[in-house]
Design a protein around this ligand. Structure first.
Ligand code: FAD
Length: 435
């Protein structure tokens, strides 16, 4: 088995998402650049996307231009990138194991490898929780990875073509799309998909109203993270768009043709999307004895350290108590961003023999983007408490979260340039991706 050894203090970060890539970039630009530590980022994919953009990729309203290539980012930021999927850990030997990388024909490109570490950071994110419901894995589309989002986009566009082109318009049945889960992901995706059907009809590839969108949710209200007032405003907006909201409906089985619910309904659907909750990947459970919770997240203390002194966890895969609140710190991009910033300080101090920094989560509120139709949410401030926002201000704040992530990766100047170039690109190219 191939292995990589290092002389300097070796920090291995597994997972280059909202949390891991920001941490690798910051550490690389400081410790890596000064030659004070060896920073290695390992990810199962070759490029990064900020996950809240995935529903736009799926709907085809965003293209590959938002992807960040890990190798280029590593070169610019003085860390090393290694492609591969972590599959095991030996805490005693301070080694992690990465499975062989295969191409699409199953041919081995990179053999199984071992990486030694002095400090290990786990930031492998989360996956959809299917709750072992029959048929979900086989028949649903998911929005956990870029590959899944592109698969979704392809299937969506092909379904529109199959359903409309060359058919007698009077006999065309609407394309039925059912989304399970009325959290932010399900709601935002429904609005994006509605926008796509409109654009396709403008381009002559669809009739207006030739799609039926349904959201199915076990709880009795949508958007549990937002106050009632905003959830109601969102419900009204979705109803105006013709989205059928089936609240209080528990899904019991999914088949190729549709969805069965506990109250005996059958909802026919050509495309079924699962967006009903998350869990950390199953392989984190019992990872060489590290403590985990029932949804496989690694339990961390207030300094983001796991039950092993040399291993930290940040982002969605970490279970971090949120003092004064009923649950843990929520699995959100702003939490991932803040945890990366805190752990960065801790790791700098660690090399100087200083104690770790405690993590405090600041909830700046929740925002939900309904595509071009509206953005709603609540902003939290120490002085003002919770304030409901909508319209242009909400849109700006929603985008500022992504801009903060881009600034952490590319700096201020490049972020401004990237934003301007995207603005111009969007004014020239198709509003949706059609290939
Ligand atoms: C469609 C969608 C919309 C969302 N919208 C919002 C929003 O509006 N606001 C908000 O705050 N949050 C939102 N979220 C949640 C937010 O995206 C996550 O909380 C955030 O991305 C978590 O960051 P992370 O670094 O923990 O994980 P991720 O960003 O998921 O990154 C995990 C990384 O680990 C890699 N990885 C996984 N397994 C392995 C392995 N075995 N070996 C090596 N690498 C591995 C993956 O390839 C990935 O690059 C949304 C999520 C989705 C899916």
């Amino acid at each position: 088995m191939a292995s990589e050894q290092h002389q300097k203090h070796s920090i291995v970060i597994v997972g280059g998402g909202a949390a891991g890539l920001e941490l690798a970039t910051r550490l690389g630009r400081n410790l890596g650049k000064k030659g004070l530590a060896d920073i290695v980022l390992i990810d199962a994919a070759t490029s990064h996307i900020w996950k809240p953009l995935l529903h736009e990729v799926a709907a085809g309203t965003l293209d590959e231009s938002e992807l960040v290539d890990y190798l280029a980012q590593a070169h610019r930021s003085h860390f090393r990138f290694r492609l591969g999927r972590m599959e095991g850990l030996n805490r005693k030997k301070k080694e992690i194991y990465v499975s062989p990388t295969l191409n699409s024909q199953g041919e081995e490109l990179i053999p199984r490898r071992t990486f030694g570490y002095d400090t290990l950071v786990m930031s492998v994110g989360s996956v959809s929780n299917t709750f072992n419901i029959k048929g979900v894995d086989e028949h649903c589309l998911f929005l956990d990875t870029t590959a899944q989002a592109f698969k979704f986009q392809k299937q969506l566009f092909e379904s529109y073509l199959k359903n409309y082109i060359g058919k007698d318009p009077t006999s065309v049945k609407p394309l039925a799309i059912a989304i399970v889960g009325a959290g932010a992901t399900g709601v935002e995706l429904a609005a994006q998909l509605h926008e796509v059907t409109e654009v396709l009809s403008i381009y002559g590839l669809n009739e207006p109203g030739n799609a039926q969108l349904t959201i199915i949710e076990a709880a009795t209200r949508l958007l549990p993270a937002l106050p009632d007032k905003l959830a109601n405003a969102t419900r009204q907006q979705l109803s105006k768009l013709g989205v059928d909201l089936k609240m209080g409906c528990r899904v019991v089985e999914i088949t190729e043709d549709g969805i069965y619910t506990q109250d005996g309904q059958f909802i026919a659907a050509n495309i079924k999307v699962w967006a009903a909750g998350i869990k950390a990947p199953d392989w984190l459970k019992n990872l060489d004895g590290l403590e985990s919770n029932p949804i496989n997240q690694l339990v961390v203390d207030s300094t983001l350290k796991t039950s092993d002194d040399h291993i930290f966890a940040i982002g969605d895969c970490a279970a971090c108590v949120w003092p004064g609140h009923a649950g843990n710190v929520p699995p959100r991009a702003q939490a991932a961003h803040q945890q990366a910033a805190t752990l960065y300080k801790t790791l700098l101090r660690h090399l100087q023999g200083k104690p770790a920094v405690a993590f405090t989560y600041y909830d700046y509120g929740s925002l939900v983007s309904l595509g071009k139709y509206s953005t709603v949410g609540n902003l939290m401030g120490q002085l003002m408490g919770s304030v409901s926002v909508g319209g242009f201000i909400a849109k700006i704040v929603y985008w500022s979260l992504y801009k903060m992530h881009q600034v952490a990766l590319h700096g201020h100047f490049r972020t401004v340039m990237l934003s301007l170039s995207n603005l111009f690109r969007r004014s020239v190219y198709s509003k949706i991706k059609m290939h």
